[in-house]
Design a protein around this ligand. Structure first.
Ligand SMILES: [Fe+2]
Ligand SMILES: [Fe+2]
Length: 145
């Protein structure tokens, strides 16, 4: 699979969330490049960055949804948790010497696109958080990033 490129259909309309999603896309593409280069050390580094970044993004998003009493938060959290679980499994396989980075990069592209358009798109349409500076959202940003 080729690298992932951003297109407007992935925008939720919430700037900080779109910024974080683009960050995940960057990691997916770094993983792709490291896999093509067959650079195992680089793959390990990208794995760690990807896991940290997505975990922070999910925590941010879940906090945001909780603050906004989003009714489908429980289901959304489960999707995030199973996703992290899946990346961890791939990471373990990588550490065991298997070549999984390319497959993971492809799977992540599909997963992220689907999740952004469906689950994230749903809260983006239902949560009113186009927040100005000094708001709860900007305080949360400084807490997580
Ligand atoms: Fe999400
Ligand atoms: Fe998200």
């Amino acid at each position: 699979m080729a690298k992932m490129s951003w297109d407007d259909s992935l925008n939720t309309g919430i700037n900080i969330i779109d910024h974080q999603h683009r960050g995940i896309v960057d990691y997916i593409n770094q993983l792709h490049d490291a896999a093509v280069a067959e650079d195992r050390e680089q793959i390990t580094e990208v794995f760690q960055g990807l896991i940290n970044y997505t975990t922070s993004h999910f925590a941010f998003e879940e906090d945001l949804l909780e603050q906004n009493s989003y009714p489908l938060l429980g289901a959304h959290k489960k999707v995030h948790a199973s996703f992290v679980n899946r990346i961890q499994k791939y990471y373990q396989a990588h550490q065991a010497g298997k070549n999984v980075a390319k497959a993971l990069s492809g799977e992540l592209q599909i997963w992220l696109t689907t999740h952004i358009k469906n689950e994230d798109g749903d809260y983006a349409r239902n949560v009113q958080i186009k927040a100005p500076t000094g708001s709860l959202l900007s305080r949360m940003v400084s807490r997580f990033f």
